[in-house]
Design a protein around this ligand. Structure first.
Ligand code: RP5
Length: 183
């Protein structure tokens, strides 16, 4: 896990340069957010992961968001619970797409507070908000954005979809064999 803000580099992007930045407000968000990292690794998308707190490290937030594009990042995934201002504030400092993951943290009202913090952005500064604790879908969405100009990632997404279908078909077959379904 990256703990320090990566140094800004030139506009040139190498194949190892992280394309997705995964950030979250607290260490307590890690359990949910690492699911996004795992899926990106599966897709072969280079990413970085670190903590950026809107309320506890506000200057770090500004620096992270303002340098993100120059450092080569193309999509940001931002998770937070409670007041969850991180995705919205990051979106206000960059024109990169920001995907928000509302987190059902111990301090939140069952996550409704963080969902609304991300959904109810003003016109012109959107946060693409996924479901509560929906970090895997944030990773899929980020990969879909990158796949618009990357055939290898498009292929990886097709294979992923096929694996989801195969899983359902396997269960249907098991139900048939167990006599629980005559479909
Ligand atoms: C938010 O407050 C974080 O994103 C986290 O989900 C929530 C609780 O943070 P901790 O008190 O666990 O650090 O800023």
């Amino acid at each position: 896990m990256t703990t320090a803000l990566p140094a800004p580099n030139s506009e040139s992007v190498s194949s190892d340069t992280p394309l997705v930045g995964i950030i979250m407000g607290s260490q307590s968000d890690l359990k949910v957010m690492t699911a996004a990292a795992e899926l990106l690794r599966q897709f072969g998308v280079p990413y970085e992961l670190t903590l950026v707190s809107a309320h506890r490290t506000p200057h770090r937030l500004v620096e992270y968001a303002e340098t993100a594009r120059k450092r080569g990042l193309r999509v940001l995934i931002a998770g937070g619970g409670g007041a969850a201002h991180l995705p919205g504030m990051v979106a206000s400092f960059t024109t990169l797409p920001v995907i928000g993951v509302p987190i059902n943290s111990a301090t939140s009202i069952h996550g409704l507070d963080s969902i609304l913090s991300m959904l109810q952005m003003p016109a012109g500064v959107p946060v693409a908000t996924v479901a509560l604790d929906g970090a895997p879908n944030a990773a899929v969405l980020a990969t879909q954005i990158l796949a618009l100009s990357n055939a290898r990632l498009q292929d990886a997404l097709e294979k992923y979809r096929t694996s989801l279908k195969d899983k359902v078909m396997r269960t249907i077959e098991e139900l048939r064999k167990g006599g629980l379904s005559d479909d």
